[in-house]
Design a protein around this ligand. Structure first.
Ligand code: PSU
Ligand code: MN
Length: 306
């Protein structure tokens, strides 16, 4: 047993019994949404996973341990602390653990923890990617490299339009990471169902996705799979409204000189402000939609494998 891992008994029991488990990240709680919406959302996501036949495991770093599965008190603490906790990606894990600080895990760090715990399916809102202007700034999320090497499938609502979608797709192709569309040929762009780009493969149901995951990992082809799930139509935002808000947010970011790990949280908060909170409502609905699909894939996957 890895001495840094602290798996909640309910999660451990599900893993031992080869039942479906879905990993959830915590940066979305601390840095992605304001309190108290973030806490309501964290509870909502866990309950949706349960309703669809799987056990949720929200992941965070607390007191020198990688916690896989959080108690209600721990979730509440993270939600209230918000951006005071450390946004923890791959490079930050050893520092946060060694100093016994509180860390909220990004997609990359959540994948690392999930793989160590034996969880194959993970749901979030959006993955990090290649930022616009990356040819100058080199700002490319560590999420992409993680997807190249860590065996966890990530269900998301596509690639967020604050990023450079085209470069993100090219980067993932180079790394050998398949981008699946759930019942869609077109890559969704988080708040919107359309992006103008194509996914690699359109799959029709959770079973087909589980079978693909099994083929990849049975062959020993290391790395993740991105499963893109379009936001429900009724919650999606107008493409032009979003384009406009994002362009403004990026201008503001450049003016203020915000870079590095502050970039993504800044852009998300700015877009929320510019859409007068509408992006937050969409954000919650799309993550909810993603955890439901992830639970269904996890259920199909344990049946396929065992
Ligand atoms: N996308 C969202 N909300 C988020 C994030 C992405 O819609 O909160 C977070 C995720 O945790 C993701 C991280 O892994 O931002 C990417 O940050 P960076 O670009 O600094 O790697
Ligand atoms: Mn970055």
């Amino acid at each position: 047993m890895n001495p840094y891992l602290d798996i909640l008994p309910e999660v451990q029991k599900a893993l031992d019994n080869k039942e479906a488990v879905v990993a959830l990240e915590s940066t979305i709680i601390s840095h992605g949404m304001p309190y108290p919406k973030n806490l309501e959302t964290a509870f909502l996501l866990e309950s949706e996973v349960r309703k669809h036949g799987a056990i949720p495991a929200t992941i965070a770093l607390i007191d020198g341990k990688i916690k896989v599965g959080l108690t209600q008190d721990e979730l509440t603490f993270l939600a209230k602390e918000g951006t005071k906790v450390i946004k923890t990606s791959r490079r930050d894990i050893p520092y946060v653990l060694a100093q016994k600080l509180t860390g909220a895990t990004t997609v990359a760090a959540t994948m690392i923890a999930a793989e160590k715990a034996g969880i194959a399916i993970f749901a979030t809102g959006g993955i990090g990617g290649v930022h616009r202007g990356a040819s100058k700034t080199f700002d490319i999320s560590a999420d992409l490299q993680e997807l190249a090497k860590t065996n966890v499938a990530v269900v998301c609502a596509g690639i967020k339009a604050i990023l450079d979608l085209e470069l993100t797709l090219e980067y993932l192709e180079t790394l050998g990471v398949p981008i699946l569309g759930y019942q869609t040929d077109e890559l969704p762009a988080f708040y919107t169902r359309k992006s103008g780009f194509k996914v690699d493969y359109n799959l029709q149901n959770p079973q087909e996705i589980a079978t693909l995951l099994k083929a990849k990992w049975d062959l020993g082809i290391a790395g993740g799979v991105v499963i893109t799930n379009p936001i429900p139509k009724e919650s999606s935002l107008d493409f032009n409204l979003m384009t406009d808000a994002i362009d403004k947010a990026i201008l503001e970011q450049n003016k203020l000189g915000i870079k590095g790990k502050e970039s993504t949280p800044f852009l998300l908060a700015k877009v929320k402000e510019l859409t007068r909170g509408r992006s937050l409502i969409s954000n919650i609905e799309l993550v909810r939609n993603n955890v439901i699909l992830a639970a269904k894939i996890a259920v199909a996957y344990v049946k396929t494998y065992h």
